[in-house]
Design a protein around this ligand. Structure first.
Ligand code: MG
Length: 385
């Protein structure tokens, strides 16, 4: 029987890749729902391609337009609640969550309660509320299979191994657009420079985050929560070729690495077919022509975001949510050319330093910390400009 899938955030970079995987593996998967924020044209086109009968827009203002564009017989809904409802449909097996930003939090929590498999691409879910997500995973039968390439790699390398046999997780980082820039020149960097990512082709926010290594910072926290690993058991290594997507070092000194072409469809497909592996439409690596694989230590002084990640992971509670929220505000200001690239780090560091960490007892605590951090970040940026 086909597995039934919904894709939240289907118009973004991961979402479009997911739709491609679903089309390529249409003998195994049936798409029962697609959701986006406002991109109703994309939704309608994807619905035709995948013969999907339920579309949802997070933004209620586009509902009329969505209805006019959707294929005949297609149900259309809108609003944050519509995404939660779509994720919890009783005829859904897998929820792919690829929503940019914090909008994935509520649908993922609800879908876990409904015992779904979540193919999770949105970093913010584990960063903002990892402790609560883990409590929900322990309480029910829902599961999270990571889609972020690094976490998918670690998940594949661990392959169900006991935590006691793992010495550390080694997350690889391409180094972002400024890896060859001197730290002293970074204040001159523009968002156009930041968008020239050396290897991966992704959305704008995540490409800026890659340039500041804030993306890696979020991934450090995400890894700590997903794999329930202490901060001192997580390492980052620069790997410019982006072919080794991450590694696991075991207590006996052996290291297992996962490699593939730098293309998100490998991780997306695996999260949907796990524990099976299927021969889809993805290219194999040719080691005879691969050339070299290089590794180097990251520069914690040039990239303060890395240190912030360890601080956030160790403190836990509301601090990772604060780091993420302050960064989102700062990246927006950077893209509007209000602040410089190093001021993104300054803003995040300042908002984190001034935050009183609270334990995460419930989702609202994380959401409130997020909201508060955004206000503080806006205030900090106003003082800068
Ligand atoms: Mg990644």
């Amino acid at each position: 029987m086909k597995k039934r899938v919904v894709v939240l955030g289907s118009s973004g970079s991961i979402g479009k890749n997911t739709v491609r995987v679903l089309a390529e593996l249409s003998d195994r998967f049936e798409t029962v729902g697609l959701a986006a924020n406002t991109s109703v044209e994309v939704l309608a086109e994807q619905a035709r391609k995948l013969n999907c009968k339920h579309l949802a827009a997070a933004d209620e203002r586009v509902l009329t337009k969505l209805k006019s564009l959707a294929p005949e017989g297609c149900r259309c809904s809108a609003g944050a609640e519509a995404l939660v409802e779509m994720a919890c449909r009783s005829d859904v097996d897998i929820v792919v969550c690829a929503i940019v930003g914090t909008g994935g939090l509520l649908p993922v929590m609800a879908a876990l309660k409904a015992n779904k498999r979540i193919a999770l691409a949105s970093k913010e879910v584990m960063v903002m509320a990892g402790e609560l997500v883990n409590a929900q995973l322990d309480a029910g039968h829902g599961e999270i299979i990571p889609v972020d390439s690094e976490h998918s790699a670690i998940f594949q390398c661990m392959d169900g191994c006991a935590a006691a046999s793992i010495n550390k997780l080694i997350i690889t980082a391409s180094g972002g657009a400024f890896r060859d820039w001197k730290a002293g020149d970074l204040h001159k960097a523009t968002w156009r420079d930041a968008l020239k990512h050396p290897v991966w082709s992704m959305g704008a926010k995540i490409t800026i985050d890659s340039a500041t290594l804030m993306n890696k910072a979020l991934e450090i926290v995400e890894a700590g929560r997903l794999f329930r690993m202490d901060a001192d058991k997580i390492d980052v290594v620069i790997h410019p070729q982006s072919l080794v997507h991450s590694m696991v070092e075991f207590v006996d000194g052996s290291v297992i690495a996962q490699l593939s072409h730098p293309n998100m469809r490998y991780a997306i497909q695996y999260a949907m077919t796990y524990p099976q592996r299927v021969n889809g439409a993805l290219d194999k690596l040719d080691f005879r022509t691969l050339g070299k694989l290089e590794f180097a230590a990251p520069d914690f002084d040039k990239y303060p975001s890395l240190g912030m990640a360890y601080t956030a992971l160790r403190a836990g509670g509301t601090l990772p949510a604060v780091m993420n929220a302050a960064n989102e505000v700062a990246v927006t200001a950077f893209c509007k050319e209000k602040i410089t690239l190093p001021q993104i780090w300054q803003c995040v560091a300042e908002v984190m330093a001034k935050h009183d960490v609270q334990q995460l007892d419930r989702l609202e605590t994380a959401i409130n910390a997020d909201r508060e951090a955004r206000i503080k970040a806006e205030e900090f940026i106003k003082k800068l400009i």
